[in-house]
Structures are given as C-alpha cells and as structure tokens.
Write a protein that binds this ligand. Structure first.
Ligand SMILES: Cc1cc2nc3c(=O)[nH]c(=O)nc-3n(C[C@H](O)[C@H](O)[C@H](O)COP(=O)(O)OP(=O)(O)OC[C@H]3O[C@@H](n4cnc5c(N)ncnc54)[C@H](O)[C@@H]3O)c2cc1C
Length: 378
C-alpha cells in the first residue's frame, strides 16, 4: 500500500490496522481530526480469524456508510451454523451474516479510512511511551525498516490486538492470560469440493479445541481453529487441526499446501483499558471467545463508542483523565454483555458436556436461540 509521510504531530495516532483501528481512524478522520494509522505488517496482511461478520457487525458498517465494502468483495451470506462433535450434530438457523477474508476486508477498511482523510503507514511498529504529566501529548516511537522516529499525538488509540504489544513499556497495562488458554490457527485455502456447504458456518468440536470453516469470496475457504497449545506442540499444527476434524467426524479438508498461521495465547485480558490520552480498543482490551464470532463486533463497537470521548478531548471540552475514567467505566458495563462468550468458553473445556449440549440442540433447536442470536444478529 502507499506509504504517505506526514509531519510528526497528530490529533490521534491509531496503532494497528485491524477492524478496530481502521474503523476508529475512518470515523475520526470523517470528523475532521488529523489521524495517523500505524500498522506493523506490510498491507494487505493476513489475520487468523473465522471471518464471520454477524448482524451487529454488519449494522455498524451500514450505519457508517461502509456496507459497500461487502458488496465489492462479494462476500458470501451465512444463514446457518452446523455443529459437529463425534456422533452429535446440530444445524441451527442464524440471522443472515457475511463471511470475509480478513486480508481483503481489512485492506478495504484502511482504503476507506485513507479516503476519509487519514494517513496510513504500514510496516511501522509502534511503541507507546509512558505518560509525561507535564505534556499535553503522548509520544509514540515508530520503527520502520532501518529508521526510527518519535511522533507526538494528542491522543493514542491502542488497537493492536491480543496482549496490546505497543504498550509493552507500561507494566500497569499488563494482560492477564489464563493457564488453559488456547492458541488460534488459521488459513485460507481453495474450495475443492462441495464442503463446506454454501451459507453454512461449520464448527467441529473436539477434545483439544474446535475448527470453524466457511466459504469465502472467489471460491476460497476460510479455516480458523482454537486449539490447546500442548497438542499443537505434540503433533504439529496441521495434525492438530486434522485431529479435531477427525474426532468431530467432520468432512476431510485438503491442508497439505496450506499456509497455517498462528496467534499468541488467546485469553488475554486487560483490567486497565485507558489512562490520560490513551484508550484501548477491540482485542487490545481483552479477547472475545472466537466460537461466537463476536470479536469483530466488539472491535467495531469499541471504535464507534470511543469517538465521542476522543472528539471531546481533542477539542478541549473534556479533561483527558476524566475521559479515560469514563471509558474505563463504559467498557466495564459493555463487558457484562459478553458473558455468553465466557460461558461457552467454559463449556468447551468439557468435551462430554459439549457433546451432550450438541445432542440436545439437535433435538431441541430452540434451545440454541441465545447462541443463534449472538452469532446471527447479536
Ligand atoms: C481462531 C479465531 C477465529 C475468530 N473468528 C471470528 C469470527 O468468525 N468473527 C469475529 O467477529 N471474530 C472472530 N475472531 C476474533 C477477531 O479476529 C478479533 O476479535 C478481531 O480481529 C479484533 O480486531 P482488532 O482490530 O481489535 O485486532 P486485530 O484484528 O488483531 O488487529 C490488530 C492489528 O495491530 C497490529 N499491531 C500489533 N502490534 C502493533 C504495533 N506494535 N505497531 C503497529 N501495529 C501493530 C497487528 O499487526 C494487527 O494488524 C476470531 C479470532 C480467532 C483467533
């Protein structure tokens, strides 16, 4: 992507060009602020993700005038979730969603942010410096190839995903990681058979984790898994995925030439999500259980909801520390709405209970309504 060099002071610096960072950048640039979006990887980049946008995510895009992205990408519609676990299988209708390849979707989001007036630097790794009480800005160190530059910004948004690596110099933002945390694995591969079926999110659940598959645009398949890291070390990534698919009795999928990518431990959670002139968004605040596909909704929602606070601080209508306190409080309230994610995470730790749950769902599909609502419409 184009690398546009700007001056070195900004109203807002957004770190991370995932869903949260590009959406926040787009909204703030539209409001007339000078926004710089920084991304450590060359763009477009791949990202381990199930790629399923639920109804709530689609509504955020629609309200922001970004629904055209899904049409341009020809992203397929999803209408049902098929759960398999050995002998148990249940098909649950869900409200219409869409599946996207994160490589194409994230690049399109960044293009819209740039079109709205923002500046984008990819291949730029950012590190936020601890606050200096004397100044009315934050310093952000940027490493790009061989050069290093320190930028100043009135506000910094850490949208840098799991474990918020850009805050590594600040111990008080350290994430809590659960000991039983899984690791994400994923790839995009060509569609070679009728499986996965059109309009269906397939979810295979095994003892060591689960694997989701869905069709993408251009005859491709997105595969995303969350698996026990001990099993990945013992077997290797591809055998660990195959093992879950085999245990669940799911259809075979050709993974020989797949370029499997991994994540860090998934269950990162940050108790602290702000301080003066610094706000955390999306996965940087804490991970959302991938099973329910709420991660991108959480990222989009946090980006939209932080905008009023950022605008008020940028226009000197609100003290930066008060804005930070209000964001901390708002996130605490929003987290309560994600209890379903946490309950599902707990259930998935127990393979027998999961199998019974899927059996029950196959007999009484209405029991799946709360899950279907979250996955489909939220
Ligand atoms: C296996 C799996 C399946 C999933 N399936 C779904 C699903 O189907 N639907 C759904 O809604 N969600 C799903 N999720 C969750 C979803 O992927 C995340 O919630 C979402 O991507 C969070 O967006 P984000 O913008 O907060 O972070 P990210 O998308 O992770 O973006 C963070 C960006 O910051 C960049 N970055 C990091 N550090 C720095 C730095 N120091 N300087 C500059 N840039 C930096 C990274 O390179 C990255 O591009 C899944 C997750 C996993 C692991």
């Amino acid at each position: 992507m184009t690398y546009v060099r700007g001056t070195n002071d900004w109203d807002v610096i957004c770190i991370g060009a995932g869903v949260a960072g590009s959406f926040a950048t787009y909204l703030l640039a539209q409001s007339g602020l000078r926004v710089l979006l920084l991304e450590q990887h060359a763009f477009p980049r791949t990202k381990v993700c199930g790629g399923c946008l639920n109804g709530a995510s689609i509504k955020f895009l629609k309200d922001a005038g970004l629904l055209g992205i899904l049409e341009t990408l020809r992203s397929p519609t999803t209408r049902q979730l098929q759960l398999t676990n050995g002998t148990a299988s249940a098909t649950i209708p869900i409200a219409a969603g869409r599946s996207v390849s994160r490589q194409a979707f994230d690049a399109a989001m960044v293009e819209h942010a740039v079109a709205a007036g923002a500046t984008f630097w990819d291949r730029t790794k950012a590190t936020v410096q601890p606050a200096d009480k004397e100044t009315s800005w934050r310093n952000v160190e940027c490493q790009r190839l061989d050069s290093q530059v320190t930028l100043q910004s009135g506000i910094v948004l850490a949208c840098d995903g799991l474990g918020h690596p850009s805050l590594r110099r600040m111990d008080h933002f350290r994430s809590h990681v659960k000991t039983d945390s899984k690791v994400g694995l994923g790839c995009v591969i060509p569609l070679r058979s009728e499986w996965p079926a059109a309009e269906t999110i397939h979810m295979a659940v095994g003892a060591t984790g689960y694997v989701g598959c869905v069709r993408l645009e251009n005859e491709q398949v997105n595969l995303a898994a969350a698996i026990d890291p001990k099993d990945i070390v013992a077997r290797g990534a591809v055998p660990a995925i195959r093992n879950v698919l085999g245990e669940a009795n799911a259809a075979k999928i050709a993974l020989e030439s797949a370029n499997i990518q991994g994540t860090r431990l998934l269950s990162c959670d940050s108790a602290r999500v702000s301080e003066a002139r610094l706000f955390l968004l999306g996965d940087a605040m804490g991970y959302a259980e991938p099973f329910t596909g709420e991660g991108m909704t959480w990222a989009l929602r946090s980006a939209q909801e932080v905008v009023p606070w950022v605008l008020q601080v940028a226009r000197s209508r609100l003290d930066p520390q008060t804005a930070a306190n209000l964001w901390q409080q708002q996130v605490k309230t929003a987290r309560r709405s994600r209890r379903l994610c946490h309950r599902l995470t707990s259930l998935l730790q127990y393979p027998t209970a999961t199998r019974h749950a899927i059996h029950l769902l196959s007999m009484f599909p209405l029991l799946a309504k709360p899950i279907a609502t979250k996955i489909g419409a939220a």
